[in-house]
Design a protein around this ligand. Structure first.
Ligand code: PLP
Length: 405
């Protein structure tokens, strides 16, 4: 038989990838530790005693990262958005009403997903560059009756943090509504104590503050909310993201679908490194790193988009000075310094990530230097030495030691 479609030129990956890897300092994915990269190259059977041990460990370590005693911790093959989909699709259905707190692309996406499963969705939108505040939620809850309240702890698209999250969760509970919290850019970077704050469904992706690979995510359900999940009237809209089916694999070691084995192993290593570092030290590293970077950027003469009281430490949004083009700035930075940062979803900003392995002093100095020099190349007037010095001082720590190595 003759083939009708001829073979394309077979280009090896090495001909496509940069010879020297780029330093990923954008909004994710982020650099991964060696142990995570190695685990991602291993394949074992997705069922059987070895995988069972891996899953038990992943659940125990994820329980630590989420600060929950719930046993309904489900990993899934898919991006952070798939975990959002799992959270929404198992708690919302036609006849249920959802209040979506929106301050940008990702918090708004939860509302789109709730509409997608046929729920009755009300959007409570914040002022631009601000989160939704507790008083706004209080008045929305007083006016309507809601089954679910959705929110993103960190809104990556504009670098804003939902600072009232614990209070919002308390209010929702008092109102009889369950809460879905997207902690994709905050889990592992700052406290998200699921049980203490009374979060019902909390989710994250692998590629952000956990410093694992993209494509394997985690969705944790509280024991309380599980009763709601089980009473979904059906038909369940997402077979793969059906939490009850997923629990067969994650809770009972039975087949659901073929698990993304290397990604789960990578996640195991990423979570192990979180436990080894301890949450306390990890949060301190992230905070110190981000505050030092913010100080460096401001001392250089750049303006940060989000006001300090609501600024998200894990993704710093920098307002572009007049006349500076985001694409041209980033292209120059990548070509000349091998450092990548992120553009934006329609806003006049660029974004620098401060998650996981990004928060290491060598990465910070390289990034701030590369960014400053690229801005200057594009025509901005900046004070490089003031910026680099502020970064150095910010990292010096309380006792003159550098914490962020
Ligand atoms: C806060 C937040 N939620 C959800 C997502 C979606 O994650 P993914 O792109 O892996 O689907 C992102 C991605 O940047 C995010 O920042």
């Amino acid at each position: 038989m003759s083939t009708q479609i001829s073979a394309p030129p077979s280009l090896p990956l090495s001909a496509i990838l940069p010879t020297e890897p780029l330093l990923l300092m954008g909004a994710g994915p982020v650099p991964i530790p060696q142990a995570v990269a190695q685990a991602n190259g291993v394949i074992i059977n997705h069922l059987g005693p070895t995988m069972d041990r891996v899953i038990q460990n992943v659940k125990a370590m994820a329980g630590y990262a989420f600060q929950t005693r719930s046993t309904k911790i489900l990993g899934l093959a898919g991006p952070g958005s798939a975990a959002m989909e799992m959270a929404v699709a198992n708690t919302s259905w036609p006849g249920r009403s959802v209040l979506c707190l929106k301050s940008g692309t990702f918090s708004g996406r939860l509302g789109e997903m709730a509409q997608g499963v046929g729920a009755d969705v009300t959007i409570l939108e914040s002022e631009a560059g601000r989160p939704v505040f507790a008083e706004q939620v209080e008045s929305a809850l007083a006016k309507g009756r809601y089954d679910v309240v959705t929110m993103a702890h960190g809104e990556t698209s504009c670098g804003v943090k939902l600072v009232d999250l614990p209070e919002v969760c308390r209010m929702a509970k008092a109102h009889g509504a369950l809460t879905i919290v997207d902690a994709v850019v905050t889990l592992g970077a700052m406290p998200v104590p699921m049980d203490e704050w009374g979060i019902d469904v909390c989710l994250t992706g692998g590629q952000k503050a956990l410093s694992s690979i993209p494509g394997v995510s985690i969705c944790a359900f509280s024991e309380d909310v599980w009763k709601t999940v089980e009473r979904h009237p059906g038909p369940r809209p997402h077979w793969c993201y059906d939490a009850v089916r997923a629990q067969r694999f994650w809770g009972e070691q039975q087949y659901h679908y073929t698990a993304p084995v290397p990604g789960v192993l990578a996640l195991h290593e990423a979570l192990r490194l979180v436990a080894e570092e301890t949450l306390e030290r990890r949060f301190r590293r992230h905070e110190m790193s981000s505050l030092a970077m913010q100080a460096g950027l401001e001392a250089m003469g750049l303006c940060l988009f989000a006001p300090k009281d609501v600024r998200l430490n894990s993704v710093i949004a920098i307002t572009l000075p007049k006349g500076i083009d985001s694409a041209s700035l980033r292209a120059y930075m990548t070509k000349s310094f091998r450092v990548e940062i992120s553009g934006a979803f329609g806003l006049n900003i660029v974004r620098v990530g401060q998650m996981g392995e990004q928060c290491r002093s060598h990465n910070l100095f390289k990034t701030l230097y590369a960014l400053g020099m690229s801005f200057i190349h594009e025509g901005a007037k900046l004070n490089m030495s003031a910026g680099m010095s502020a970064l150095e001082q910010g990292l010096a720590g309380d006792r003159g030691e550098t914490f962020v190595d």
